[in-house]
Design a binder for this molecule. Structure first.
Ligand code: ADP
Ligand code: MG
Length: 606
């Protein structure tokens, strides 16, 4: 190739490159077109997708429409009716501002745009292929605009191959629709998948009703209102009450000036506000932030709406205090307890990924924020599980995971042949015992997860099945539509694991039977953990049964703080040794650590 010659790229190539930035997948198309409809003052928007949006996306609105000249301009790059000067970039009040979404989507699809303004006697339509005009015409559609986007990535097959399954892409579209629907309760939004009504938000809803429509009526009823201003930042919305923190990360909705944003600081600030109540997890959150334009930068990423705040600490504190006050005002949800992560700013867990313990991660990483201004009310000391180990972990030998050897325990083929050592229960989190080489510490949660994970895998793979206990009073499990569709696709496997779930309409399931050995609350946790993993990992990343087994293990395993009898500790150890990979949890955390007796002797200068 002769590199010496500079040629300008054709418009077509430029558009394809730009499309890669804006259009990652069907959900990005839906996001851009929905935002355009809102900018056109629509009060009703209908979204229809087929085959996860890969085959067809149709978005119809009753907004202002485009005049014929504008219809012929809108699919060219950098054409916009919203941006007049570079200065406007810093005062954006509309959703779009770069004038490239339609050009980018058109470049990689077959697109038909139909539009009619109030003054038109008929609607005009244009049909494009790969961004090139093919045909024009008229029809008698009503006022507003309809975008039909077909065969996404038809001319960029490699990109097409990167798309997930129809179910996965569909669930991403629904997530996008949900996020935007919550921010615009005044607008009627209808969402249909393969012709089936999936979501309806009625026109003129208030925020709580829209949350009910989008996330679930049960949650919406209980949510606590938030309204707080601090350092020029206005925080409003709703959060789950303090006794209801079993949420999923995708149920945390943050908006900046009514637009969905993603920013990790906001999530941390909320999670921290629940910690005094001894709660972990992601509470359902719908929070709107408002602050002066110059205090943030939205233009970080063209599609993801990542936002940078000029004063991150201020935003953290404003959100944290807003949620904390809301929870306090709501009344008594048990006394807050202090966590060492508050008292010891730089505490961080040692040597573990914490991938299945998000709240702990937040507690640790949140330490960069000023802790003294995050005073919690009515502090009461309770044995905090993790931090006790801090000094021990600072000993170099203790950070290391030393493999079990034959000398330690003869790996028993039958678990009952195991001669159990004496256990000491440390902080209701670790089993401490002596083994042939020294001192052994076992993390009860990680170890139990390993045992249950292998057990679940085996059950699913050999089709054996776990005994079910039918519930006298079935438990209602409310999920979002995306989650419901994911859960629906694994019902059979769940059945093998002892969970009898029946669709109950509108994203709800009835839990009619649970594994015999599980308490109900744990069974419910397991279902939620499963749904969360399905959402996060998707079916394409991992075989579904692996996700199910992991989630099942996570939901059912002992947690830090669970009391165990000597008998239970002995059983746990015996079963752990019998697993195929006793050293790590299914999420990659260590299950045990050892300090050899020689090292202990050395420390005592023997
Ligand atoms: P931007 O939104 O950044 O202006 P787009 O490429 O998304 O860029 O849209 C280009 C232009 O097309 C918009 O500025 C607007 O004038 C027009 N347009 C797009 N969608 C609609 C719609 N649903 N109703 C009316 N006008 C629209
Ligand atoms: Mg736009």
């Amino acid at each position: 190739m002769n590199l010496g010659q500079i040629q300008s790229l054709s418009e077509e190539v430029i558009n394809k490159i730009a499309a890669g930035e804006v259009v990652e997948r069907p959900s990005s198309v839906v996001k851009e077109l929905l935002e355009n409809a809102l900018d056109a003052d629509a009060t009703w928007i209908e979204i229809q997708i087929e085959e996860g949006g890969k085959k067809r996306i149709r978005i119809t609105d009753n907004g202002n429409g485009m005049r014929e000249e504008d219809l012929h301009l809108c699919y060219l790059r950098h054409t916009t009716s919203k941006l007049r000067s570079a200065e406007d970039l810093f005062h954006l009040k509309t959703n779009g501002f770069r004038g490239e979404a339609i050009a980018s989507i058109a470049a990689i699809s077959q697109m038909t745009i139909t539009s009619r303004t109030e003054n038109d006697t008929e609607a005009k339509w244009i049909r494009l292929s790969g961004g090139n005009l093919q045909e024009t015409g008229t029809n008698n559609s009503r006022k507003g605009t309809a975008f039909l986007v077909e065969d996404l990535f038809f001319n960029t097959p490699v990109r097409r191959n990167f798309l997930g399954s129809d179910a996965l892409e569909g669930s991403r579209v629904l997530d996008t629709v949900t996020r935007i629907a919550i921010a615009n309760p005044q607008v009627r939004i209808d969402y249909k998948v393969n012709g089936r009504e999936v979501f309806t938000g009625v026109e003129g809803s208030d925020l709580r009703s829209r949350i009910a429509e989008a996330i679930g009526a049960g949650v919406a009823r209980k949510m606590v209102p938030v309204d707080h201003t601090e350092a020029g930042i206005h925080v409003t919305g709703f959060v789950a009450p303090a006794d209801e923190t079993r949420g999923k990360r995708n149920h945390m909705f943050f908006y900046l000036q009514q637009r969905p944003i993603w920013n990790p600081v906001a999530g941390k600030a909320v999670v921290r506000a629940y910690e005094p109540y001894g709660k972990q997890g992601y509470p359902v959150t719908v929070l709107f932030l408002d602050m002066p334009d110059m205090d943030f930068d939205v233009n970080v990423h063209p599609t993801k709406k990542e936002v940078r705040f000029v004063n991150e600490n201020g935003v953290f504190l404003a959100i944290h205090h807003a949620v904390r006050n809301a929870l306090q005002n709501e009344g008594e949800y048990g006394a807050p307890v202090i966590h060492l992560s508050d008292a010891v700013p730089n505490f961080a867990p040692v040597g573990t990924s914490n991938s299945d313990s998000p709240a702990t991660t937040y507690a640790a990483t949140g330490s960069s924020f000023s802790n003294d201004s995050v005073q919690e009310p009515r502090r009461r000391f309770e044995a905090p599980p993790e931090p006790i180990a801090q000094d021990l972990f600072s000993l170099p030998e203790f950070g290391k995971v030393i493999p079990l050897t034959a000398k330690t325990f003869q790996t028993p083929t039958k678990v009952d042949s195991f001669a159990s050592p004496q256990f000491f229960h440390l902080a209701k989190t670790y089993l401490v015992c002596e083994d042939a080489e020294g001192l052994l510490l076992i993390d009860q949660g990680a170890a139990h997860q390993r045992i249950l994970y292998e057990r679940a895998l085996k059950i699913i793979e050999d089709g054996s099945g776990i005994e079910t206990q039918e519930l006298l009073f079935p438990e209602l499990i409310e999920l979002s539509k995306v989650e419901a569709s994911l859960l629906q696709s694994v019902l059979e496997n769940m059945d093998q694991l002892g969970f009898h779930l029946e669709p109950f309409g509108g994203g709800s399931f009835q839990l009619r039977g649970i594994p015999r050995e599980l308490p109900l609350s744990r069974a419910i946790d397991a279902v939620h953990a499963l749904v969360e993993s399905l959402l996060e990992e998707g079916f394409d990343a991992n075989p579904a049964h692996d996700i199910i087994a992991k989630a099942w293990a996570k939901g059912n395993a002992y947690q830090a703080g669970d009391s165990l009898s000597s008998e239970e500790m002995a059983q746990l150890m015996a079963q752990l040794i019998a697993t195929q990979d006793p050293m790590t949890s299914p999420y990659g955390r260590p299950t045990l650590m050892r300090m050899p007796i020689e090292d202990i002797n050395k420390r005592f200068k023997r």
